[in-house]
Design a protein around this ligand. Sequence first.
Ligand SMILES: [Zn+2]
Length: 456
Amino acid sequence: MTTELWVKNGYVFTSEGFRFASIKIKNGTIEAISDSDVEPQKDCGSLFIDAAGCLVVPGFIDAHVHFNDPGRSDWEGIETGSRAAAIGGTTTIFDMPLNSFPSVTSVIHLHNKREHLTHKSYVDFALWGGMTGESVTNKAELDEMCEGIIGWKAFMADSGIDDFPYTAPKQLELAMKMAAEQNKILGLHAEWQEEIHTLTTFYKHRKGVNERKAFLLSRPISAEEQAVSTALEIAAKYGTAIHFVHISSPKVIELIQQGKKSGIDVTVETCPHYLIFDEEDFLKKGSILKCAPPLRPRKEVEGLWECISNGWIDTIGSDHSPCLYSMKNTDSIWEAWGGIQGVQFTWLALLDEALKRNIPLKNILPLGTENVADRFRLTEKGRIQPGLDGDIVLISLDETTFVDQHSIAFRNQYSPYENKTFLLKIKKTILRGKVIYDAQTGVDHKKYGQYIQPRK
Ligand SMILES: [Zn+2]
């Protein structure tokens, strides 16, 4: 049966910027964008959504989440995680290979995870594969995994997960060489293990220093710089496409920018928490804002916004890294799980901040839509354009969103965004022509999310 959906009279974000238009989606695919008003015809079988007064933007693609399924679904799970994503306007997620258990470092683990997630997601999903210090020598296995993964993820520092050891510089050479041969992107957690290890040992046992301050001091910006410059050097040698995740400092972004200019195939992600919170917030609130790299001083936050204005940051990912509340509520900050619960609020928080800073939304939206689609070759997503998937979000700037505990859709209902009011509201999230979230009626109970087979 043919299904047809019209999203009419919205202020639509297209490749030419915003314009008033109506969108026709047929069988999940955008068929036409029309500048003229569309009058609903009775009994024509089409569904009409009146988007008057709303921004109509492409569904967001969050290339960095940990939904921890299978294995640690008490921390999150695909159903609650993808539900929260849908409520937040995200229509596609890329799930990281770790924090689910076992980590995705072999063909069988990849296969099992994919099977396990099928029919359970509210949004479309792709899977990252893991290259670890252990798995990196197993070339045949990793080659076979390439079929099913959107990219590789490796850690240059301890991951905090036992079956995901970090890749030391020698192993990183192997990883880079292999990823280049496979024509796969290598995503990197870039902190320099040696420096962090030494400083952590030092500060953990130092008496008289505020514990939260000591944690910040144990993971300085210099550790990111060292890791990034080493990775850039190796990537240049092998021609590897690399993608730095969660970079926290403008200094490091600048380094990456220089790498780009010198011809290295490199992109960079930052996360909303580095653009909104600072180290003072962490010192006040503690473990709920513990993440790695840690939050930085205010001048770094401001610098990151300048980097966005300069076009030096390619993508925004939530790095949604949930856990049980008991794992945050510990006696010592060193013991608390590091990770921010944010996937539901990524775009609300970011667009809210952009509005307050008078930054045109057209400069921010690509970081969660077309830039991600282009980098990871999701040729069917990321834009409102005929021929592409009908993934669309309706946003109202006339209404606000208040985050109370009740409205948090994560399995564990806490978040640093609690008690914030955002100057916008997600009205509807549409995935391939199906309304999966409506602010009035909630999330559709049907799970339309599909696994995304990566492009060669
Ligand atoms: Zn992460």
